[in-house]
Design a protein around this ligand. Sequence first.
Ligand code: PRT
Ligand code: MG
Length: 211
Amino acid sequence: MITIALSKGRIFDETLPLLKAAGIAVRENPETSRKLILGTSRRDVRVIIVRAADVPTYVQYGAADLGVAGKDVLDEHGGQGLYQPLDLKIARCRMMVAVPQDFDYQRAARQGARLRVATKYVQTAREHFGAKGMHVDLIKLYGSMELAPLTGLADAIVDLVSTGKTLKANHLKAVEEIAPVSARLIVNQAALKLKRSAIQPLLDAFARAAA
Ligand code: PRT
Ligand code: MG
């Protein structure tokens, strides 16, 4: 049995065509079904539905053989025990620093102001500001980062931006790109060795479909 870990929403939606290209049709829709284990058109392949940030953990420990996770999530996880053979180029966005529209970020950075930065992506933010030699106080949040500068919790946020509509609606602006983000295929290293004859054809099909 090959188990593939996916999260609901854009990762699931954008992985479906890649699965299809590999000859795998998922039997249920996770948006309407309450099932967490979904059968597929192949008796030896199943899909499990987990939170986006939990996908690397399931694959790391071998509870899933494969998974699809954003680079944002992988950078926070650290990637231990994971083979990352493929950039699937789906669920694309950018990791950005954003501040209130009337805040002069470049000037604050130049002056060495100690900024408070709210984010879900603490590792990524620590590395980014560390590399710039900026001293920041990081405040860990689990969602709705955009609210932090509006309420005085933080001066800036580090968050994902795709259309920019969320920032705009909350009177924020992006001031610095940290990295482009896309979803990656991840594979449990031991599973790849033990089940190579079943897994390799899937990797090849994904690689062709993502090219
Ligand atoms: O939502 P939930 O709390 O369950 O978990 P999650 O947010 O980790 O999962 P999900 O499904 O929302 O995101 C899964 C993956 O999609 C992320 O790990 C990213 O790699 C990728 N992705 C691509 C995005 C976006 N685009 C994106 N725009 N993830 C989140 N966003 C959010 C962003 O955080 C911000 O709140 O969308 C908002 C900004 O969008 P725009 O279009 O207004 O700029
Ligand atoms: Mg989300």
